[in-house]
Design a protein around this ligand. Structure first.
Ligand SMILES: C[S@@+](CC[C@H](N)C(=O)[O-])C[C@H]1O[C@@H](n2cnc3c(N)ncnc32)[C@H](O)[C@@H]1O
Length: 288
């Protein structure tokens, strides 16, 4: 539920030191899992139906967060809005991707390193933004809607500029960046939001600027096990299981996208489209 804004609720984009700010504790953060009743509550929650996220009073950005975000993605209790489960998610994501997500971010950073200013949208723990910074880009910013994710990002990557915002409304000026990168963001957005994010990316990119998107490949969702095995080898079963069991309410919206037409409709030109299970990567350039 979105609480009413109060005078002390910082809006999206507020300047906040994410490493040290005290965030309001959400209901799962108040549980003590050593207490049998709390442990049972979380187990019942995990195996029960997904519930809407409850934002505690004074959650930064609360009044501006769209409803679609307030869901329990990946079965996380209270979704991306709990400190404990957001941190668990950062670990679990890389673990379930068997380390390939780290390799993917490193290769995205390698492709982005020639740019002067890069924005990582939906940055979560900001490992991509940090990889881009480590590759030599001085002006890198990570943006995420969840203050809990930003807090972990700030503590993992001290000194990295981090902003709370929406990928569809970043608050940055026109032409601010040379490249925008999104790693596993778009498949978590409803169909209409894809266009909004693309419009916003076009606005904040310089003419000729690049948009690099890496998302789950549709293969693990759509191919039969044997076909997937022929493409991905013995890990086919694992990728199928992850694609089927992860709770991602909008993943089918994303897999409907045909990149060439979609990018063209929003003033981009598709430069590359590569699938290597479990990833699909699109590189697009802002047409002038
Ligand atoms: C799967 S995680 C991204 C993983 C991350 N990019 C990485 O490299 O590991 C999706 C993230 O996108 C954020 N998010 C979802 N919708 C968003 C939106 N409209 N604007 C900004 N962030 C959003 C979520 O809070 C979450 O942290």
């Amino acid at each position: 539920m979105n609480p009413e804004p109060t005078d002390s609720t910082p809006p999206l984009g507020a300047r906040i030191d994410w490493a040290t700010v005290e965030l309001p504790s959400s209901w799962p953060d108040q549980l003590d899992l050593a207490r049998p009743s709390d442990f049972l509550r979380i187990i019942k929650h995990l195996f029960g139906p997904r519930k809407p996220v409850e934002l505690p009073a004074n959650t930064p950005g609360a009044p501006e967060l769209p409803r679609y975000l307030l869901q329990e993605f990946h079965h996380l209790p209270n979704g991306n809005f709990s400190s404990f489960y957001a941190e668990g998610y950062l670990w679990a994501f890389d673990a379930t991707m068997l380390g390939l997500s780290r390799r993917m971010r490193a290769s995205m950073a390698e492709r982005l390193k020639g740019h002067a200013a890069v924005l990582d949208i939906g940055c979560s723990g900001a490992d991509l933004a940090a990889a881009v910074r480590d590759a030599g880009v001085k002006d890198v910013v990570g943006l995420d809607a969840s203050p809990y994710m930003l807090q972990h990002a700030a503590r993992r990557h001290p000194g990295l500029p981090l902003v709370q915002g929406l990928a569809e409304k970043t608050g940055f000026p026109d032409g601010r960046f040379d490249a925008v990168a999104a790693c596993f963001l778009f498949h978590e957005l409803p169909y209409a939001a894809h266009d909004e994010v693309l419009k916003e990316a076009r606005r904040i990119l310089k003419p000729g600027g690049e948009l690099l998107i890496c998302e789950p490949s549709p293969d693990q969702m759509h191919l039969g096990l044997w076909e997937l095995f022929k493409k991905a080898g013995p890990l086919a079963l694992w990728w199928k299981m992850i694609a089927t069991l992860a709770h991602e309410p909008f993943v089918h919206d994303w897999h409907q996208r045909e990149p060439k037409e979609w990018f063209a409709s929003q003033g981009f030109e598709l430069v590359e489209d590569t699938t290597e299970v479990p990833f699909r990567t699109w590189l697009a350039r802002r047409a002038n």
